[in-house]
Design a protein around this ligand. Structure first.
Ligand code: HEM
Ligand SMILES: *[C@@H]1O[C@H](CO)[C@@H](O)[C@H](O)[C@H]1NC(C)=O
Ligand SMILES: *[C@@H]1O[C@H](CO)[C@@H](O)[C@H](O)[C@H]1NC(C)=O
Length: 535
C-alpha cells in the first residue's frame, strides 16, 4: 500500500476511534449519580462481587442512590444498577435486552449449542415451547412422588449422620442438601439414581460447578477482558488446551452422553413393553419423549428430536443444582435462627401429615406457613443475587419516578445505547422497604409478612410471589415450579423429622455470591454447620 494511503487510513481509524470514544463518553449514563470508584481497573466490581458479605456495599448504595444508579465496571465502563420495577419490567419483558457479555461468553463455553439457555430468537422460543411439556404446572404435579422418594432418602441420610454424632456436634448440612438437589435432578429429570449417573458424571459435574463458582480478582479481570473479544475469537480461545477449558469441554460431552443413554434406555423399554408397571412414574425426559411409562406402546412423535433433548442435559443439571442447593441450605439456616417460627411450622407439618395418611394426596400449596417460609427464604436469600443484561439496540429505560442527573437535568426515562450493561439488582429489589412492608425492615427474615398483607405493594414482576428469584419474561427460569415443589417436599419432610439449631461454636457464616448465593465458613470454604436432632 502507498504510504499516503496508509497515513489516511490511520487518520481515519483514529477519527473513528475517538468518535466512538467521545460517543461513549457522552452517554447519559455517565451523568447518572452513583458511588465514586477508587480504582479505574476494577471500578466497583470488587466491592460488588467480592465483599465480605454479599450486599455490604450494594445495600448502602441502594440506600443512598435509590433504585437506579451508576456504578463503574472494569476499565472505566459505566453500568446501571436497577431495582426499579418499571425499568425491570421493560428489561425483562421486551426483547431489547440479552444476557450480559460475560455470561454470553461462558455459556458458549459451558453449554451445548442446541441447549435452551444460550439459544436466541426463534430457536429459543421453539425450544422453550417444546420443553414446557416437562415443566408445566400439570407436568410438575406428576413428579410429586418422585420428589417424595428423594426427600425420604435425605431423611435416611441425615438420620445416619445424627446417629453417628452426639447431639451437640454440628452437622454440615450443605453437602447433604447438595446431594438432595443432585438426586432430585437425576431422579426427576431422567429416572436415574445418582449412582446410575455414574461417578464420572458426578465428578465432572462438580468440577464445572467449582470452576463456575470461583470468584477472584483475576476472574473479574479475565471476564472483563474476554467480554470485549468478538465471539469467534473467544470460541477459538476456548479450543486451546487450557486445564479449566478442558474440564468444561469434557463435562459438556459427558453430560450429553448421559442424556443420550437415558433416552435410548427409555425408548427401548417403551418399545419392548417392559415398562408396564402401573406404579411407574413419568419423569421429565419421559414427558419430553412423549412416553407414558405405564403403557407399553410405541411412543408417538415428540416435539424435540432425541439429540435436542440430550443437548439439554447439561443446562438442566447446571441450572438446577447449585440454585436449589442454595435455596434449601438458606431455608434451614433461617429456621435455625428463628426457633419460634420453626416450632409453628413443625406444628403445621404434623397437622397436615396427620390429615393425609397418603403422601400422594398431600397438597403442599395449601400449607400457609410452609409457603410463607419458602417465599421469605427466596426473597431474603435469592440464589441468584443479580443478573446482567445488555441492550441489543439503542433504547430508553422507563422509570417509576424521575431522577436528577449531574448536569441538573431531570429524566423521566433514561436513553441508553446498544451494548449498555444493565444489572438487574434482584437482592436490592427484594429489600426495598416501601415494596415489601411499611415500617418494618425489609432486610429481616419475617415470614409473617406474607400472611398479614404487608408483603408487596407494586407492579407485578416475576412468576412467583412478585419475586425476581426466577427472573421473568421470555427467559423466566424454566424450572421454577420444579424447584418450588422440590423445596416444599424436602422441607416438609425435614421439618417434620428434625429440629435445627445454630451450632454452639456460633461462628458467623457469611453469604457470598459464587454463581449462587452460598454460606461461607470463616476458613473461606462453603459450609453450613447446624445442630440437628430428631424430633
Ligand atoms: C431455587 C432454584 C432456582 C433458581 C433460583 C433459578 C433461577 C433462575 C434464573 C434467575 C434464571 C434466569 C437466568 C438468566 O436468564 O440470566 C434461570 C433460568 C433457567 N433455569 Fe432456573 N432456577 C432454579 C432452579 C431451576 C431448576 C430446578 C431447573 C431445571 C430443572 C432450572 C432450569 C432453568 C433453565 C433451563 C433456565 C434457562 C431458561 C432460558 O434461558 O430460557 N432452574 N433460573
Ligand atoms: C423503593 O421503591 C419505591 C417504589 O418503587 C421507590 O419510590 C423508592 O425510591 C425505593 N427505595 C429504594 C431505597 O430504592
Ligand atoms: C470426566 O469423565 C471422563 C469419562 O468420560 C473421565 O475420563 C474424566 O476423568 C472425568 N473428568 C473429571 C475431571 O473428573
Amino acid at each position: 500500500m502507498d504510504d499516503k494511503l496508509v497515513a489516511v487510513f490511520l487518520l481515519l481509524s483514529c477519527c473513528l476511534c475517538s468518535y466512538c470514544f467521545l460517543l461513549r463518553r457522552k452517554s447519559i449514563v455517565a451523568c447518572i449519580p452513583g458511588p465514586p470508584a477508587s480504582s479505574w481497573v476494577f471500578g466497583h466490581m470488587k466491592d460488588f462481587l467480592l465483599p465480605d458479605q454479599y450486599g455490604d456495599f450494594e445495600y448502602s448504595w441502594q440506600r443512598e442512590y435509590g433504585q437506579v444508579y451508576r456504578i463503574k465496571g472494569c476499565f472505566g465502563e459505566d453500568r446501571l444498577m436497577v431495582s426499579d420495577p418499571v425499568a425491570l419490567q421493560h428489561v425483562l419483558n421486551t426483547n431489547l435486552f440479552t444476557h450480559g457479555p460475560s455470561l454470553e461468553q461462558s455459556m458458549t463455553l459451558v453449554f451445548d449449542p442446541q441447549a435452551v439457555m444460550p439459544a436466541h430468537g426463534e430457536t429459543h422460543k421453539r425450544l422453550r415451547a417444546a420443553l414446557q411439556v416437562g415443566f408445566s404446572a400439570s407436568a410438575v404435579r406428576r413428579y410429586q412422588p418422585l420428589f417424595q422418594n428423594v426427600a425420604r432418602s435425605v431423611t435416611e441420610r441425615l438420620q445416619k449422620v445424627c446417629a453417628l454424632l452426639d447431639s451437640s456436634t454440628p452437622t454440615d448440612i450443605l453437602p447433604i442438601m447438595s446431594e438432595a438437589s443432585l438426586n432430585s435432578m437425576s431422579q426427576v429429570l431422567m429416572g436415574y439414581s445418582t449412582e446410575e449417573l455414574g461417578k464420572d458424571f458426578v465428578s465432572n459435574n462438580s468440577k464445572v460447578m467449582a470452576l463456575a463458582a470461583a470468584q477472584s480478582e483475576q476472574q473479574i479481570l479475565a471476564s472483563a477482558v474476554s467480554s470485549h473479544l468478538p465471539l469467534w475469537c473467544w470460541r477459538a480461545i476456548t479450543q486451546l488446551p487450557i486445564p479449566g477449558f478442558d474440564i468444561i469441554r469434557n463435562a459438556k460431552v459427558f453430560a450429553k452422553r448421559v442424556g443420550r443413554k437415558a433416552i435410548a434406555e427409555k425408548l427401548n423399554a417403551a418399545r419392548e413393553g417392559v415398562a408396564t408397571d402401573p406404579q411407574a412414574r413419568a419423569d421429565v425426559f419421559d414427558l419430553l419423549l412423549n412416553i407414558d411409562p405405564t403403557l407399553s406402546k410405541k411412543p408417538p412423535k415428540a416435539a424435540l428430536t432425541q439429540e435436542e433433548i440430550a443437548s439439554q442435559t447439561g443446562i438442566l443439571f447446571i441450572a438446577g443444582e447449585d440454585t436449589t442447593t442454595s435455596a434449601l441450605v438458606f431455608a434451614l439456616l433461617e429456621l435455625a435462627d428463628h426457633q419460634q417460627f420453626q416450632e409453628e411450622l413443625r406444628a403445621e407439618v404434623h397437622q397436615f401429615a396427620k390429615i393425609e395418611s397418603d403422601d400422594a394426596e398431600l397438597s403442599y400449596d395449601n400449607m400457609p406457613l410452609l409457603n410463607a417460609f419458602i417465599k421469605e427464604t427466596l426473597r431474603r436469600n435469592a440464589p441468584g443475587s443479580f443478573n446482567d443484561r445488555a441492550a441489543i439496540v439503542d433504547t430508553v429505560l422507563p422509570l417509576t419516578k424521575p431522577i436528577r442527573i449531574s448536569n441538573g437535568e431531570v429524566l423521566q426515562q433514561i436513553p441508553i445505547r446498544k451494548g449498555q450493561i444493565v444489572t438487574i439488582a434482584t437482592a436490592s429489589y427484594h429489600r426495598n422497604e416501601s415494596l415489601w412492608g411499611d415500617d418494618i425492615d425489609a432486610h429481616e427474615f419475617r415470614p409473617s409478612r406474607w400472611l398479614d398483607g404487608t408483603a408487596y405493594h407494586g407492579r407485578a414482576l416475576g412468576p412467583y410471589a412478585n419475586l425476581l428469584t426466577f427472573l421473568g419474561g421470555q427467559r423466566v427460569c424454566l424450572g421454577w415450579r420444579f424447584a418450588l415443589l422440590e423445596m416444599q417436599v424436602v422441607l416438609f419432610e425435614l421439618v417434620g423429622n428434625f429440629r435445627f439449631t445454630p451450632s454452639k461454636d456460633g461462628h458467623r457464616l457469611r453469604s457470598q455470591f459464587a454463581n449462587s448465593l452460598m454460606p461461607i465458613l470463616p476458613d473461606g470454604n462453603r459450609g453450613a454447620p447446624l445442630t440437628v436432632t430428631r424430633c
